[in-house]
Design a protein around this ligand. Sequence first.
Ligand SMILES: Cc1cc2nc3c(=O)[nH]c(=O)nc-3n(C[C@H](O)[C@H](O)[C@H](O)COP(=O)(O)OP(=O)(O)OC[C@H]3O[C@@H](n4cnc5c(N)ncnc54)[C@H](O)[C@@H]3O)c2cc1C
Length: 385
Amino acid sequence: MSFELLSEDVVPEHAQDVKQDARDFAAEHIAPNAEEFYRTGDYPRDILEAGMDAGLVAQDISEEYGGRGLDLTQMLAIAEEFFRADAGIALTLQLASFGAELMQEYGSEQQKEEFLRPVAENEQITGLAVSEPDIGSDLAGMHTTAEKDGDEYVLNGEKYWIGNGVEADWVTVYAKTGDTDDRYMNYSLFAVPTDTDGYDAEHIPEKMGMRASKQAHIVFDDCRIPEENLIGSEGAGFMMLTDFFNHGRVVVSGHGLGLAAAAFEEAWDFVHDREGFGRNVSDFQAVQHGLADMRLEFESARALAYRAAEKVEAYDQPGLWAAMAKTKATEVATANAEQGMQFHGGRSNLTDRRIARVYRDVRIPVIYEGANEIQRNLIYRQSAE
Ligand SMILES: Cc1cc2nc3c(=O)[nH]c(=O)nc-3n(C[C@H](O)[C@H](O)[C@H](O)COP(=O)(O)OP(=O)(O)OC[C@H]3O[C@@H](n4cnc5c(N)ncnc54)[C@H](O)[C@@H]3O)c2cc1C
């Protein structure tokens, strides 16, 4: 393909350098290893460490606590580059600090020194434990409890799908601390070191997509943590999480953009290389229209994503814009992957093809950080606000 889909022109100037760094890193470390890590399902530890050395992991944490203080637009620019190269490896790199932003925003100075700084300085990795085996979408319906006992909290329950639940040094856990009539005020957040007694995690079974990232099933069995590990105030967990997801969903729109770009590149190259009926497959107008639609949708999603990043940073209806960007970009990724598969004919079924990997991976961002039905609920409700 002779043109660049992830062009700089829609990217604000201050994010262009880090985007270029991410592109160079992705070309050297992520893309060449994508097929192997998909096949083996291994955790890409060396690539994670290379990303840390390159200053591209956990660097949205502020300079005050050892990071680079990258803003949301810069994180979006990194995401689209990484996820174009490979979504599984990219997710591992981006999840190394997942949830740490909550501590940066609401944590005490002591917590930031003890937990946040080692993540920013790439000595530790973390994760965010919200979803549970039998409930994921209803944030105000989770069952894991944290009961106060003297100067400790005692955690009991289960979490599922937790990125780095096995690998992390500590995780931010969302647990029920109250039973008031206001179901949105009953949850709190805690920093939980993974070597605490009563914390037990194992990898969940083999996945279809993003196999180079690792998720865990965590069981808390009378897991005691000091009361100082409460992040922010008791009962404010739901509100803190809602605000955090506004940022996260803009980054997830970058996941969708990267995957949608990968599908377009593969489809474009394939049909321009393939002969049939005495001509090139790309000469058929139906094929050209298919590619045109992929491009159209991609550019719409990308414009929306960068606009949403600005809106969220300016706190201008952040929930609405984040939900719109996430929904659009992740659904363009699924549509482009579907069309890309069709244009590959029988070869779409070859498991080692990039288009087949993209096709499997696109099923995930339409679900995580809130299934797109939940996003549509938010878009409808918040449009009227
Ligand atoms: C690869 C991967 C990584 C993940 N990483 C993490 C992580 O690091 N930390 C973490 O906490 N979680 C993580 N998750 C979990 C993810 O956030 C949840 O899977 C997601 O929120 C959906 O929850 P669920 O799977 O329980 O689906 P459910 O809540 O059971 O929903 C199933 C389906 O029902 C429909 N539905 C549900 N509610 C509604 C509604 N109100 N209106 C309309 N339709 C509805 C939707 O179609 C939805 O997809 C990860 C998931 C995956 C696949």
